[in-house]
Design a protein around this ligand. Structure first.
Ligand code: MN3
Length: 202
């Protein structure tokens, strides 16, 4: 995928800007994808420009071991690289609404039932985690190295990678993800995003 190595490029949205209407509006999608996501792409390329040896690394490698990044660039690489990594997955983790919403299938459906007793309870717990992120950040459903599901709250553009966990599903709760349509009503946004969250196969 084009955004996995330097120089990073903005991946196209896998659907039309208005495909998630009325839950996520086209104007929000344009700003979020074309401006905010693009800014992280540019910031990451700029941060990596002086470091040819880091340009050869995959983004996951850079983000997994922050201590190995050079001091002067560490913060910029983690912030911008985290923004690139999280947003690339967030946008791919949504799809046009279906009647009754999207449901996980197969192995992921089983694991959700085992871990959270039911899909509805999982939705409650995950929504609550998204509502309780203080300030800018993410709620993420992640698969731990031991194969367990875990709901994680990330601040700013942290990722699950230093913990070795694979992110499966994201809710972006930065205000840029919802403010144009929902203003201060994060709870309305979180309730409505379930119509368009799409589950990966496990
Ligand atoms: Mn965002």
């Amino acid at each position: 995928m084009p955004f996995h190595t330097y120089p990073y490029e903005l991946p196209p949205l896998p659907y039309a800007y208005d495909a998630l209407e009325p839950y996520i509006d086209a104007e929000t999608m344009r700003y979020h994808h074309d401006k905010h996501f693009q800014t992280y792409i540019e910031g990451l390329n700029k941060a990596l420009a002086p470091y040819p040896h880091l340009q050869k690394c995959r983004l996951e490698e850079l983000l997994s071991a922050p201590a190995r990044l050079p001091d002067p660039a560490r913060c910029a690489i983690l912030r911008n690289g985290g923004g690139v990594y999280n947003h690339s997955r967030f946008f791919r983790g949504m799809a046009p609404a279906q009647e009754d919403g999207h449901r996980p299938e197969g192995g992921l459906a089983q694991l959700i039932d085992q871990t959270f007793t039911s899909f509805d309870h999982f939705k409650e717990v995950f929504s609550q985690a998204a509502l309780e992120v203080f300030g800018s950040g993410w709620a993420v459903l992640a698969l731990t190295p031991r194969g367990k599901l875990k709901i994680v709250q990330l601040r700013n553009q942290e990722t699950t990678l230093p913990a070795g966990a694979l992110p499966l599903l994201y809710i972006d709760v930065w205000e840029h993800a919802y403010y144009l349509k929902y203003k201060n009503l994060r709870a309305e946004y979180v309730k409505n995003i379930w119509n368009v969250l799409a589950f990966p196969a496990l």
